[in-house]
Each structure stands twice: as structure tokens, then as C-alpha cells.
Design a protein around this ligand. Structure first.
Ligand code: ADP
Ligand code: MG
Length: 229
């Protein structure tokens, strides 16, 4: 038995402003097994991004326990969270987040530079990842020379470059038409199946819920529905 990649128990999160207080997550439990695809859905404002940010060590819970890749994140120092994100986690966002002056291949190499890999190793890995996401012919294109769907493929390739254990994707199809979005979801599904990477995907998109191993619905910060597919 390998340990879950993510294990949340009774997670609470409040945002407190000068005049406002939002209870963004209420006693959320969530387990993600290695190699599983978990969809998180729910209306805008239901807490999806908050949940993903807590899993990714980008924000901290203020109640419950958050274990990601065998680390308890609530007690972790900032440096430990940074290290976790660098080695075990990968992020994909709605807005792609590619560096505009770099080519597709160079964007994919960015995290490999941070991991200290040499140029030849990086280039080989970038080629392999471009092939994985079906963009072999686009290696030297800059983001503005790519369609939205192609940019998201590059972002997914970049996310996988450092061989993460968990892919965290926040509405990865939010800026794409439904057909392109379905292709991106199919790509994420294939990567999870072939590479044994776990994924947590926040989405409005029914196509990911259909292919997910497990779907969680949030409403007002609470898990209100769960489907094990
Ligand atoms: P979703 O991703 O499902 O749209 P979010 O997790 O972004 O939902 O937001 C959940 C709730 O928390 C919303 O009511 C939102 O307004 C609130 N919220 C999110 N981030 C902050 C913040 N930094 N400060 C205050 N309130 C926030
Ligand atoms: Mg969101």
C-alpha cells in the first residue's frame, strides 16, 4: 500500500478582511491516491481555488490537517513548501502562464533549469514532452504564435518536466472553447493514466467529471456531493 498523495481532514479556511469575513472551506475531507484523477467542481465562489491553493502549499488552512506527499503542510516552514512545489507538485492555470519571450521548448525547459539540469538534458526532455502533448512541430513557436489549446499543451508539458507526483490544475479549460477544452481534458486524463501522475482538476467542465476517478462537488466551502466513478 502506498500512501495517498493528498490527505485532507476537516480542513477549514477563513479569509478575514477589514470589513468582511469569508468562511471559504468548511471541514473538507479529500483523499487523492497515487495516479488518480480527481475533479473538483461547483459554482464560482464555492471554494475550488482555495482548496487547490491549500493542497499546493500556496495558501494555508486554518483548521484540520493537510498532508501532501507525506508532509504536513500546516506545520511546514515556507522553505519546505517551496521545496515541495519544486520537486513534487506542478501547476496548470486557466491563463496558461507561459513566458512570452521564450519559445515553447524554452518554456518547458524553465523548471529544468531550476532543477539544475544541463542544456543537452533539458533539450532532450523538452523534445520528449512536446511529443507527449502532440506539439513536435511547434518547438520554436512563441506563445503568441500558438492557439490557446496549444499554449495550454505547452503549459502541461512544462508542468510535467520535473516529473511531479501531483498535477494541480485550476480551471485549465476556462479560456478555451468546449471542443478544445475536451481535448485538453483528454490529454490530462491520458497523462494521468500513462505516467501514474495524480491530478486534482477544478472545473466547470462536465467532460473531466466523466473521465475522473473521483469527483467532488463544493458548495459554499463544503463538500456536498461525491462520486466515485
Ligand atoms: P472558486 O474557485 O470556486 O470560484 P474561491 O476559492 O476563489 O472559489 O473563493 C471562495 C470564497 O472565498 C469566495 O467567496 C471568495 O470571494 C472568497 N475569497 C477567495 N480568495 C479570497 C481572499 N484572498 N480574500 C478574501 N476572500 C477570498
Ligand atoms: Mg477559482
Amino acid at each position: 500500500m502506498t500512501a495517498p498523495v493528498v490527505e485532507l481532514r476537516g480542513v477549514d479556511k477563513h479569509y478575514r478582511g477589514a470589513r468582511t469575513a469569508v468562511h471559504a472551506l468548511r471541514s473538507v475531507d479529500l483523499v487523492v491516491e497515487p495516479g488518480a484523477l480527481v475533479a473538483v467542481h461547483g459554482r464560482s465562489g464555492s471554494g475550488k481555488t482555495t482548496l487547490l491553493n491549500i493542497i499546493g502549499g500556496l495558501d494555508r488552512a486554518d483548521g484540520g490537517s493537510v498532508i501532501v506527499c507525506e508532509r504536513e503542510l500546516r506545520a511546514a516552514a515556507d522553505a519546505e513548501l517551496t521545496e515541495l512545489r519544486r520537486t513534487d507538485l506542478a501547476f496548470v492555470f486557466q491563463g496558461f502562464g507561459l513566458l512570452p519571450m521564450l519559445s515553447a521548448a524554452e518554456n518547458i525547459e524553465v523548471p529544468l533549469r531550476l532543477l539544475g539540469q544541463d542544456g543537452a538534458t533539458r533539450r532532450t526532455r523538452a523534445r520528449e514532452l512536446l511529443e507527449l502533448v502532440g506539439l513536435t512541430g511547434r518547438a520554436s513557436h512563441r506563445p503568441n504564435e500558438l492557439s490557446g489549446g496549444e499554449q495550454q499543451r505547452v503549459a502541461i508539458a512544462r508542468a510535467l518536466a520535473g516529473s511531479p507526483r501531483l498535477l494541480i490544475a485550476d480551471e485549465p479549460t476556462g479560456q478555451l472553447d468546449s471542443r478544445t477544452g475536451a481535448d485538453i481534458m483528454a490529454l490530462i486524463h491520458r497523462i494521468v493514466a500513462e505516467r501514474g501522475v495524480a491530478a486534482v482538476v477544478a472545473t466547470h467542465d462536465l467532460s473531466i467529471i466523466e473521465v475522473a476517478d473521483h469527483a467532488v462537488e463544493l458548495s459554499d466551502g463544503r463538500v456536498v456531493g461525491e462520486i466515485a466513478v
